[in-house]
Design a protein around this ligand. Structure first.
Ligand code: PHB
Ligand code: FE
Length: 328
C-alpha cells in the first residue's frame, strides 16, 4: 500500500467550530471547542481535546509504539508491527462485561495517515501537544490556524550513539535549542576525548545531562544509543505522561533527576497493581503485563531502556519468556 492509495475519510464540510470529522472503519471522530467525540457501533466516548491531542501526538510520532497506547481507560491502539488494532473498551473490565467493547484491525499506513490528518486538522496554532502545559498556549476554542512545525517534529534516533561519526549531527541539532528554564543549573561542559590515533571513530562521549537540558518536548523518548536491540531512550518529563502505556515487553526506567510517580495497573483489566515513586538514582523494571502512567511534578530526566527485539511480544505472549526480567 502506498500513501497515494490511502483515502483518509474526512467530511467534506467543517462543523460550526471549523473542524472536519473523520472516519476509520466503523470509528468516527469529531471535535468541538472543548471536546473530542469518538463513536463505534456499540458505543461512544468523550475526551478533553487537549488530552486527546497529546495522546494522538505520541501515537503518531512513535508510530504506535511498543504494545498498547491507551489514550485513557477506554480508547486506544495496539501495535502488531504492520497492522494496528484500534479499540474502545477492550482493556476495561466494565466495558467487557457489558459487551460494549469494540476493536478493528487496520493496516498501519491507513491508521497512520488518518491519525496524522486528525492531528493536523485539530491542532490550533496556539497549541503544541509535545510541550509541557506550562510552555504552550491553549488547545481549545474555534479552529484557529495550525501548528505543523510542532506536530511534525522528528524523533531523534541515533544509529550508534550521539556524538559518534554519522550520529554527530544529532547533537549539533540539540545544541541549537536553549537550556530549559528548569535545567539552568545543569553543567554544559562537554567531556574531552583523547582517542589513540586510528580510533577516533570508535571512542566518543557526550554530556547526556546537557543534551537533555535542551529538550523542548516532554514525554518523548529519543534513541541516544543503540547496541543491537538495546536502546537507550532518555526523555525529559513534566506534568503527566499523555498516554497509559500497556507493555508487550519488559522495560527499565532509570530516574536521572528529580522524581516521577508511576501508577501501575493490570494491562488487560485496569485493576490497580502498584504505585512506584522513583527518585533520582532509582532504577526499576516494568513487567510485560502491566500498563503505566507517570506523573512528574518538576521537569525531570528519565532514561527508558528498551529491548527492541521483534520476537519479544510473541515469546512473552506464548509464555516462553517471563513477564518479569529477574528471578530473585
Ligand atoms: C513509557 O511508556 O514507558 C514511557 C513513554 C514515554 C515516556 C516515558 C516512558 O516519556
Ligand atoms: Fe512504558
Amino acid at each position: 500500500m502506498t500513501i497515494a492509495d490511502i483515502d483518509v475519510v474526512k467530511s467534506a464540510d467543517v462543523n460550526g467550530e471549523g473542524y472536519h470529522e473523520f472516519r476509520l472503519g466503523e470509528f468516527t471522530f469529531r471535535r468541538d471547542e472543548f471536546f473530542v467525540y469518538i463513536g463505534w457501533p456499540t458505543g461512544n466516548h468523550i475526551m478533553s481535546a487537549d488530552a486527546f491531542l497529546r495522546a494522538l501526538q505520541r501515537d503518531v510520532a512513535w508510530d504506535f509504539f511498543y504494545g498498547t497506547v491507551n489514550f485513557d481507560g477506554v480508547f486506544g491502539t495496539v501495535n502488531h508491527y504492520g497492522t494496528v488494532d484500534i479499540f474502545a473498551g477492550r482493556f476495561n473490565d466494565s466495558y467487557r462485561k457489558a459487551e460494549l467493547d469494540y476493536s478493528e484491525n487496520v493496516e498501519t499506513p491507513r491508521i497512520r495517515e488518518t491519525f496524522k490528518s486528525i492531528l493536523e486538522d485539530w491542532t490550533n496554532q496556539t497549541f503544541d501537544p509535545f510541550a509541557s502545559p506550562h510552555e504552550t498556549g491553549s488547545a481549545f476554542g474555534l479552529k484557529n490556524g495550525a501548528n505543523v512545525a510542532a506536530i511534525t517534529r522528528r524523533r531523534v534516533a541515533a544509529r550508534r550513539m550521539v556524538a559518534v561519526p554519522g550520529d554527530e549531527e544529532i547533537r549539533t541539532d540539540a545544541s541549537g535549542f536553549p537550556v530549559n528554564r528548569m535545567f539552568s543549573d545543569v553543567d554544559q561542559t562537554e567531556p574531552v576525548v583523547e582517542a589513540e590515533p586510528g580510533f577516533e571513530s570508535e571512542v566518543a562521549a557526550f554530556n547526556l545531562f546537557a543534551y537533555l537540558s535542551r529538550s523542548d518536548v516532554t514525554w518523548n523518548p529519543s534513541v541516544v544509543s543503540a547496541c543491537k536491540d538495546s536502546l537507550f531512550c532518555p526523555t525529559t518529563e513534566e506534568y503527566i505522561l499523555p498516554i497509559i502505556h500497556g507493555n508487550d515487553r519488559v522495560e527499565w526506567f532509570v530516574q536521572l533527576s528529580d522524581e516521577i510517580t508511576w501508577e501501575v495497573e493490570d494491562r488487560d483489566t485496569g485493576a490497580v497493581r502498584s504505585r512506584v515513586v522513583m527518585k533520582a538514582g532509582d532504577v526499576c523494571a516494568m513487567p510485560a503485563d502491566i500498563r503505566h502512567q507517570g506523573y512528574s511534578p518538576k521537569r525531570s530526566m528519565l532514561l527508558v531502556w528498551e529491548n527492541g527485539a521483534g520476537n519479544l511480544p510473541e515469546l512473552i505472549a506464548s509464555g516462553k519468556t517471563p513477564t518479569y526480567p529477574v528471578e530473585f
